[in-house]
Structures are given as structure tokens and as C-alpha cells.
Design a protein around this ligand. Structure first.
Ligand code: G3D
Ligand code: MG
Length: 210
């Protein structure tokens, strides 16, 4: 039954610790927020199926196990990705700088083969905003990415992020049919050396942002 139109894409989430990456994935895939069990267990990836313009799409969405907090996220995590969500926290200027660093690294390592969206999360904390939306949008446009504002807490803007990214991955696939379209090494669970285990997850007690 796996139709020939079943498009499979790998998406990674990148960004500083505590910006809300895990929260975004859990909200999108399971419509949960602050689910302590799941946020501390740290799934290596969740899948989401959707229909875009009559095309069936399966997204394998990779979340980190918190390694970014120890500066330990290497190319093995993002290689073979079709798309990336570069997430920052609108109340934390440093987290936006991190996004710039990630964009540089991804473009250097993967060129234009990866579709990017830049996500300013925690839009519910507008009164504490420290990153100008205009600046973020301008920056995103300058690196060929689109910018979105989200709140995982209030479930705002998240579907739009994944929909836009999926559309762009579909058109990239149409442009380069030979290179795209597989979930690559993670199929079957032998995730090509990506070791995301519970042991690596940060402390399971309390919030991570202290
Ligand atoms: P990470 O995966 O990027 O490290 P998490 O980030 O998803 O673990 O989230 C870090 C903290 O930010 C969590 O709080 C989480 O509840 C909070 N958070 C995530 N998204 C939002 C949002 O949209 N709005 C607000 N206000 N908070 C958010 P704790 O307290 O558990 O550390
Ligand atoms: Mg996380």
C-alpha cells in the first residue's frame, strides 16, 4: 500500500537548549504541552503524516536529546536531512545568534540541499521580546529561509511552519528527483550512528531553563 506518491522527508530541529524544540515537536505530533514524561524521555524522532496538495507526505521529525546544551551536536545528527527548523526563543537574543551559526554550518555542510525555516518560539511572551521580528524576518529572507512566530504553549503558528517547510521540500524534490525522497539511514531503527539515548538526556527533574 505504500503509494508511489508517498513522499518521505527527514526534518531536524536545531537551536539552543530551552528554546522549545521538544515542545514544538510534541505539540505538532501529539498535541501535548509540558508532558514531563515525554520531554524528559526525549524521543529520537516522531513521525507525522499529512496531505499537501493531494500528495501524501511522511515527515520523520528528529529532536535532539539535549546534546545542544553540551555543544555536542555534530553533522551526524543533521546529515541526510531534507529540512531543518532553526528555533530561537524571542525573549533570548543569544538564541537568535545561535540560529545564525546553525545556518552557516548547514549551508557550509549541505549547501542548498536543505530547506530551512527559522522559528521564533514563545510568542506568548511578547512583552519580554528581545529579538526584533523585522530583523529576524529580514535575516531569514537573506539566507533563503522563511520566518515564523510560534507558541508551543498556546499552539500558535506551528502547523504553518511544517506546512511551509513540507511544500518547500516537495518542490526541492521535484527539482532534484534523484537525490531526495528517502528517510535514509534511520529506516529500520539503525540510525547510522545517531545515538540518542535516555542517558544523554538532561536532568529529569524540574524545568530545564532554571
Ligand atoms: P528544548 O527542547 O529546545 O530544550 P523545551 O526546549 O521544549 O524542553 O522547552 C524549554 C522550556 O520552555 C520548557 O519549560 C517549556 O515548557 C518552555 N516552552 C516551550 N515552548 C514554549 C512556549 O511557546 N511558550 C512558553 N511560555 N514556554 C515554552 P520548563 O519550565 O519545563 O523548562
Ligand atoms: Mg529538547
Amino acid at each position: 500500500m505504500a503509494g508511489r506518491d508517498n513522499n518521505q522527508f527527514k526534518i531536524v530541529l536545531l537551536g539552543e537548549g530551552c528554546v522549545g524544540k521538544t515542545s514544538l515537536v510534541l505539540r505538532y505530533c501529539e498535541d501535548k504541552f509540558n508532558d514531563k514524561h515525554l520531554t524528559t524521555l526525549q524521543a529520537s524522532f516522531l513521525t507525522k503524516r499529512l496531505n499537501v496538495g493531494g500528495k501524501r507526505v511522511t515527515l520523520a521529525i528528529w529532536d535532539t536529546a539535549g546534546q545542544e546544551r553540551f555543544h555536542a551536536l555534530g553533522p551526524i545528527y543533521y546529515r541526510d536531512s531534507n529540512g531543518a527548523l532553526l528555533v530561537y526563543d524571542i525573549t533570548d537574543e543569544d538564541s537568535f545568534q545561535k540560529v545564525r551559526n546553525w545556518v552557516k554550518e548547514l549551508r557550509k555542510m549541505l549547501g542548498d540541499d536543505i530547506s530551512l525555516v527559522i522559528v521564533g518560539n514563545k510568542s506568548d511572551l511578547e512583552k519580554n521580546r528581545h529579538v526584533s521580528k523585522e530583523e529576524a524576518e529580514e535575516y531569514a529572507a537573506s539566507v533563503g529561509a522563511k520566518h515564523f512566530s510560534t507558541s508551543a504553549k498556546l499552539n500558535r503558528g506551528i502547523d504553518d511552519v511544517f506546512l511551509d517547510l513540507t511544500k518547500r521540500m516537495l518542490s526541492a524534490k521535484a527539482d532534484r528527483p534523484a537525490r531526495q525522497g528517502g528517510l535514509g539511514p534511520m529506516v529500520g531503527g539503525s540510525s547510522a550512528g545517531v545515538q540518542i539515548t535516555e542517558d544523554e538526556a538532561p536532568s529529569s527533574s524540574g524545568g530545564c531553563c532554571g
